[in-house]
Every structure is written in structure tokens, then in C-alpha cells.
Ligand binder design. Structure first.
Ligand SMILES: Cc1cc2nc3c(=O)[nH]c(=O)nc-3n(C[C@H](O)[C@H](O)[C@H](O)COP(=O)(O)O)c2cc1C
Ligand code: SF4
Length: 518
């Protein structure tokens, strides 16, 4: 009987040699006359163990990692196909503490299944949510999503059910579901992992959104830096059409829904929903003023749901297990689970899905193992380039939209980027302003001009030019950007800048900045 070996086909695993390891395993098996079937699964999200090779023995999955090509012959020699011990053995995959401690609802199949096997998908509870949805009224689907407490995972945390209701109630000959897969935030990769590791769950979530709101067409907008995700999504869409999950009769029902994948060139502002819609329409990715809301006049002027990948991919489990099941996870008004991405200077980086309520301290130390450099943690930035820098005194903040907002922070797309004590927070503040200047769409003055003036002001502080006056000027400028910008790019850039200046005043003392002098 053929032995099944899993080698992730995820882009992060490929980046550290997974393709070559898969090839080496195949060649070694042929040379030894052994019958091995290699499955290119998604990533389990333990990035420090990639390429993580798994062997299926009886009813177990045994893990070995990180595997290099030069380890392959030794693994065969040790008898890894029978689950034998090896220096790279990690035991049963499900028992690895990083994985065992998680609550995987949205990512339950990621890394477990063959991403393009519909029978695997069905075997692991796939399509149950859509099967229930086609038998319900659209209003009941919207109610179930609303009752679950699901909030948008793209950044703003807006209640998904309320957005869907606005689109469902809007009149129009054509409505759209647009999946925001631009994933521009620093340190984030959960959207990519879902698209590469469990594409059918996104298709299922979008089809449910279509049925609930009366939309018959969906677009997945992603970036050209995600070629593996694009390929996997397109292949999965083809399969879904063939199997009547998409098309004129979704699962044999009267509902019609289809999806196309579109690629942007990778501008941060094209993740902002109105800029994304312009880009999708073939126009320049410039932000539109709101109102009108995209829910009422979105793509091509039609009522449009714009939701993040994770928001949509969380819907199938809500439809399958019920609103209360999902709602019972979490704290306060932050219900359900959140796939947190640990990145930057951290020992155990990766994807960690857990109920809201975990503290930053638990994430950084207990789960992430502290810094990779072994030096003390100085700061973490949560929520991408527009997120605040938190010092260790704020590490007891729990993952909860309101708790972060109360500390002038944001959860955003749940990226956690760790910095050790070598980080210079003044340089990080300068970087935030520079990032805004580079990525600004240019539509409004506080962001377009303010960000450039911001870079200059930080440089003057660094050069010791009237530091007190320039610190006050920077705070004033941040205030103008925060309240005067049209969208959150200009409006939130003050958060990393002001948090750096407030929590790390020692870095804003006048010492010459090398870049400023150059
Ligand atoms: C500058 C900027 C960049 C953004 N980038 C993304 C992104 O990459 N992905 C995303 O889902 N949302 C992004 N957003 C948020 C979207 O505008 C929008 O709120 C989101 O797609 C709505 O989906 P959700 O309700 O499911 O979160 C960005 C917002 C801004 C202001
Ligand atoms: S804040 Fe910046 S990105 Fe947003 S609309 Fe204004 S110029 Fe464009």
C-alpha cells in the first residue's frame, strides 16, 4: 500500500525549499523501490518548522521538520515512512504545542487536506454550511451571520451581518461580492494561507454571501505578489464550477453564483475598499469619497459587499455549527476566533488561530517563544503599518477590538510584528510617515502633503533642531492627519508615529540621524 507523505505547497514553505524536498522524497522512494504518494498540502502555520514533512501512519500524522534536501536520505534510512524516530521528529502533528493550543475554526482544514481535493474538503465538514444556506431564506442567512457576532477581519472590524443586510435590502439589477485579498499589512499572511491551503472554504463563504444578498457574481481581488494563491484559487474555481458548487445552479438550487480572480499590481492603498473597486474597474487605485457606501453603490455603481478573505472564510463554519456556537468564543463584543499572524523578530512565527481574549504577552512569550535574536522585546506593532507600537507595559492588553482601541491601538488584520531592543523607534516613526508618503493615493492634502512634512519634521528632531518645538509640531501634524484625512491611510499613520513618540521618548532625544545627514 502506498504511504502518504505531505509536503506543503504553500508559498512560505516553497520559499525555504519545499519543492526541492518533495522532489528529493520522490526520487529517494523510486531509488528504494518504495510506493510513496506525495500530497502538497497547505501549511500548518508553524513557519519555523517549514518545510514540515508529515507521514500518515495508521490514523496518525507524524511530523518532521524543518527538512532540508540533505536530510531526506537519512529520514528514509531511519524509517520515517513507518513513523520512526529521527532527529527532526516532532511527534504527532496535532500534539505540537503551538498547534495543540489553538482553536481552529476558520483554519480547521488548512494543512490537513489536499487543497484541491473536493473529497477531502467534504470529508472534513466542507460544504455543510452552503448546503444549509441553500435551504434557508436569504434573510435567515443574514440573521445567522449577524447573530454570530462576526466582524470584518480586514481592518475595521465592522459587523459582517449588518453590511450584508444593507446590500440585501438595496435594489439593483446586479449585485456583487468582492473579496478583499489584497493583504497589504506588514507581517500578515492569513489570506494567502487560506487561498493556498483551503481555497474551497473561501468559495463556499462567497457563495453563501451571494445567496444571502442576491449577488450573482463575485470577484477575488488579490495582488501579483501572490502567484501561488492565484493559481490555486483559479484551479479550485474550475473544480467548483464542474461540481456545480458555482454556476447557474449552486448545489442544484435556484441560486446562481460565479467567481473570478483579479490581480492588482500591489499598492497598499488598493486594499482600501473604494480604491480597490476603482482598480477592479480598471481605473487608477484612488480612494472614493463616502457616501455613497460601496454597499449601496460599489462595483460599477452596483450594491457590493466588500469583505476580507478571513471574514468570508469564517462564514461556512458559522452556517454549519450555528451562530451561538461561534458567538460563544471570544470576549466582550469581539466574538469568535481570530487568526493571529506572529512575525518579525520572533522565535516561533506563524499562524495562530484562537478565540479573542488572548493577551499580547501570551502571544509573544508563551506561544511565540520571545525574540529570535534572544534579546529583550522592545515593542510590538499590531495591525499593520498603521498600527500602534506597544511597549512591554501594554503587553497585558487582550486581543479585543475595544481593548486595543482603548489603548490607541488597532487589531487590523491581526498581524503582530515583534521588535527587539535594537530597534530605534524614531526611525520607525520616520518610516511610518515615509510609507504614507509613498503609498498615498494623493486625493487629500493632509495625507499627501502631511506625510512628507512629517518625514521632514522627524528628521529635524533626529538632527537635534529645536527638538521640543518640532515634537509639538509633529503631534499637531498628526492631529491634522488623523481628523482631516479622507481614508485610514492618512488617518491612521499618526498611530505608529504618536505611539513611538509617547512610549519611547528616549528615542526622540536629539541624536544625529544617519539618514537625515545623508
Ligand atoms: C489603506 C488601507 C488598506 C487596506 N488594506 C486592506 C487589505 O489589504 N485587506 C482587507 O481586507 N482590508 C483592507 N483594508 C480595509 C478595507 O477598506 C475594508 O474595510 C475591508 O476590506 C472590509 O472587509 P471586512 O469588513 O471583511 O473587514 C484597508 C483599508 C485601508 C484604509
Ligand atoms: S488619506 Fe491618503 S490614501 Fe486616503 S484618500 Fe487621502 S490621500 Fe488618498
Amino acid at each position: 500500500m502506498s504511504v502518504v507523505v505531505f509536503v506543503p505547497g504553500d508559498a512560505a514553505a516553497i520559499a525555504v525549499g519545499a519543492d526541492k524536498v518533495a522532489k528529493a522524497i520522490e526520487q529517494e522512494a523510486v531509488a528504494r523501490g518504495l510506493d510513496v504518494t506525495i500530497v502538497r498540502n497547505g501549511s500548518r502555520g508553524m513557519l519555523w518548522l517549514e518545510p514540515l514533512v508529515e507521514v500518515r501512519t495508521d490514523h496518525q500524522r507524524l511530523a518532521y521538520g524543518p527538512v532540508k534536501v540533505s536530510d531526506v536520505a537519512g529520514l528514509f534510512e531511519a524509517g520515517f515512512l513507518d513513523g520512526a524516530e529521527h532527529v527532526l521528529s516532532c511527534g504527532q502533528t496535532k500534539d505540537i504545542p503551538f498547534l495543540a493550543r489553538q482553536t481552529r475554526l476558520t483554519f480547521s482544514r488548512c494543512g490537513v487536506t489536499d487543497p484541491l481535493s473536493l473529497s477531502d474538503y467534504r470529508h472534513y465538514q466542507g460544504l455543510k454550511g452552503l448546503e444549509k444556506a441553500v435551504a434557508m431564506t436569504p434573510a435567515d442567512i443574514v440573521k445567522q451571520v449577524t447573530d454570530s457576532g462576526l466582524r470584518g477581519r480586514g481592518g475595521a472590524g465592522f459587523p459582517t451581518g449588518i453590511k450584508w443586510k444593507t446590500v440585501a435590502d438595496a435594489a439593483g439589477p446586479q449585485k456583487y461580492i468582492v473579496c478583499n485579498a489584497d493583504e497589504g499589512d506588514s507581517g500578515t499572511f492569513s489570506d494567502r494561507m487560506i487561498m493556498e491551503g483551503d481555497p474551497f472554504v473561501l468559495i463556499e463563504g462567497m457563495a453563501i454571501a451571494g445567496i444571502a444578498t442576491g449577488a450573482t457574481k463575485g470577484y477575488i481581488y488579490t495582488r501579483s505578489e501572490y502567484p501561488h494563491a492565484v493559481r490555486t484559487m483559479q484551479a479550485a474555481i474550475e473544480i467548483a464550477r464542474r461540481e456545480h458548487i458555482l454556476g447557474p445552479s449552486v448545489l442544484g438550487s435556484a441560486y446562481s453564483f460565479d467567481i473570478e480572480v483579479r490581480m492588482g499590481a500591489g499598492a497598499y492603498v488598493c486594499g482600501e475598499e473604494t480604491s480597490l473597486l476603482n482598480s477592479l474597474e480598471g481605473k487608477r487605485g484612488i480612494v472614493r469619497a463616502k457616501p455613497p457606501l460601496p454597499a449601496l453603490q460599489g462595483l460599477f455603481g452596483r450594491p457590493t459587499v466588500v469583505n476580507n478573505v478571513i471574514s468570508l472564510a469564517s462564514v461556512p463554519v458559522i452556517m454549519d455549527r450555528g451562530a451561538q456556537f461561534y458567538r460563544d468564543y471570544g470576549v466582550g463584543r469581539s466574538h469568535g476566533t481570530i487568526p493571529i499572524q506572529l512575525a518579525g523578530n520572533i522565535k516561533h512565527g506563524g499562524l495562530y488561530e484562537t478565540a479573542f481574549g488572548v493577551t499580547l504577552r501570551e502571544l509573544i512569550y508563551d506561544i511565540g517563544g520571545g525574540t529570535l535574536s534572544g534579546r529583550p522585546v522592545k515593542a510590538v506593532q499590531v495591525g499593520g503599518p498603521l498600527g500602534a507600537y506597544f511597549p512591554p507595559s501594554l503587553f497585558d492588553t487582550v486581543f479585543d477590538y475595544e481593548a486595543f482601541a482603548a489603548k490607541d491601538g488597532l487589531i487590523g488584520h491581526a498581524g503582530v510584528v515583534v521588535f527587539d531592543d535594537t530597534a530605534d523607534m524614531l526611525k520607525q516613526a520616520r518610516f511610518a510617515m515615509e510609507f504614507c508618503a509613498v503609498e498615498s493615493c494623493g486625493k487629500c492634502t493632509p495625507c499627501r502633503i502631511g506625510s512628507t512634512r512629517g518625514v521632514e519634521t522627524v528628521e529635524r528632531i533626529a538632527a537635534g533642531i529645536e527638538p521640543e518645538r518640532n515634537r509639538a509640531l509633529l503631534a499637531d501634524l498628526c492631529n491634522t492627519m488623523k481628523f482631516g484625512s479622507l481614508c485610514a491611510l492618512g488617518g491612521f499613520t499618526p498611530y505608529p508615529v504618536m505611539s513611538a513618540m509617547t512610549h519611547f521618548p528616549e528615542d526622540f532625544a536629539p541624536t544625529p540621524l544617519i539618514e537625515a545627514a545623508e
